[in-house]
Write a protein that binds this ligand. Structure first.
Ligand SMILES: Nc1ncnc2c1ncn2[C@@H]1O[C@H](COP(=O)(O)OP(=O)(O)OP(=O)(O)O)[C@@H](O)[C@H]1O
Length: 364
């Protein structure tokens, strides 16, 4: 389990101060995968590096499996850090060592005897599917295989916590999928607790149980992924399911409906049309599997202004669906009647573009 409380890290250089992490609270229960999503410069790497004390936080607590790392020194701190593995975007392999030699390296540093080391390396290579490449050098293997070596090496000391620093950012989509599948598999088989940072929505969608969006050193939203998807105004929901920036035409109401799990079984569009004799127009939408649950977002246009649609909207909400009303100025949040003009932050245009796609693009 990872517990981070009021974590703060300020860099000071040439008389300038940059608050990279500004009071972050975060809990990752044992065996869960937590993803921190954000643009370049949001503070993700700093946050991750504070968890294994590669960076010393200025304030706050980092508690791993009940031990407050900031209170430990010397051997006790070294032991605690052995319980935290880390993988990196550019793998960080030693070019002069074979695959097996790279995996053996941390075991050598830990002083594990040779025979035990060989057995453990064989076990680790089997775990990541690289037994046949034990004697290859990093230059002779693909990016995905290099990351598998990185993962095997990170697991050498039998850590309970794995930190992942953009582990799939240098990989093509197919390889990304296979590495994410491996991480999910290891998380389940070994009960690993994983904290990962990424700018890729795909990573959150495929393997994270919970996630946070980070901006300017803070979490702007945080929680179980399926809960965030159903939360009105969620940036994560907009990123995973981008919808067209539709402003309602005069005399119509545009709503965005998010449904998770069981709610997807209901034919709510036809129920709405039948019950209220409405001509419902579908403007856009998508349904996907997130965290093993079916999740979707639909943008619908209803005839009549928001006030005249209060009843149908209430019906959808009572059916367990999250409904946002889009006004000319953007989504109007959760107000029951969705009064026009009371939108949450941002204009229609910037709300629509402030999504995952831009999280990725800005980071490149
Ligand atoms: N060693 C450092 N000295 C001074 N400022 C730093 C240092 N490392 C990071 N920063 C600053 O702290 C802020 C957060 O950086 P950080 O690398 O943690 O963000 P990030 O979200 O991981 O971005 P990226 O994906 O580009 O690495 C940025 O403004 C960055 O310029």
């Amino acid at each position: 389990m990872i517990q981070i409380e009021k974590l703060r890290k300020v860099y000071r250089a040439r008389g300038r101060e940059v608050t990279a992490v500004d009071g972050v609270d975060l809990t990752v229960p044992e065996g869960e995968i937590f993803g921190v999503l954000g643009r370049s410069g949001a503070g993700k790497s700093t946050l991750l590096r504070c968890v294994n004390l590669l960076e010393r936080p200025d304030a706050g607590r980092v508690v791993i499996d009940g031990r407050d790392l900031l209170t430990l020194n010397g051997a006790a701190l070294r032991r605690a850090r052995q319980g935290i593995g880390m993988i990196h975007q550019h793998f960080g392999l030693l070019g002069s060592r074979t695959v097996a030699g790279n995996v053996a390296f941390p075991l050598e540093v830990m002083g594990v005897p040779r025979a035990e080391r060989s057995a453990r390396v064989a076990e680790l290579l089997d775990l990541v599917g690289l037994t046949d490449h034990a004697r290859a050098y990093p230059a002779q293997i693909s990016g995905g295989q290099k990351q598998r070596v990185g993962i095997a090496r990170a697991l050498a000391g039998r850590p309970k916590v794995l930190l992942s620093d953009e582990a799939t950012s240098a990989l093509d989509p197919e390889t990304t999928a296979s590495i994410l599948e491996l991480l999910r598999d290891l998380n389940r088989r070994l009960g690993l607790t994983v904290l990962l940072i990424t700018h890729e929505m795909e990573v959150v969608k495929r393997i994270c149980d919970s996630a946070a969006v980070m901006r300017d050193g803070r979490f702007t939203e945080s929680g179980p992924v399926t809960e965030l998807l159903a939360r009105p105004g969620s940036e994560l929901a907009r990123g995973l399911f981008p919808l067209p920036p539709a402003a309602p035409r005069d005399g119509s109401t545009v709503i965005e409906v998010t449904f998770v799990g069981g709610a997807t079984d209901q034919p709510f569009v036809s129920a709405l049309a039948r019950r209220y004799a409405l001509d419902v127009n579908i403007l856009g939408g998508a349904v996907e599997t997130v965290g093993g649950e079916r999740v979707g977002r639909l943008q619908l246009e209803l005839p009549g202004d928001p006030a005249s649609n209060a009843e149908p909207i209430a019906f959808l909400r009572e059916s367990g669906l999250a409904v946002e009303i889009r006004t000319a100025a953007g989504p109007a949040g959760t107000a029951d009647t969705g009064t026009a003009g009371t939108g949450t932050a941002g204009t229609g245009a910037d709300r629509a573009s402030g999504t995952a796609a831009s999280i990725e693009e800005d980071a490149r």
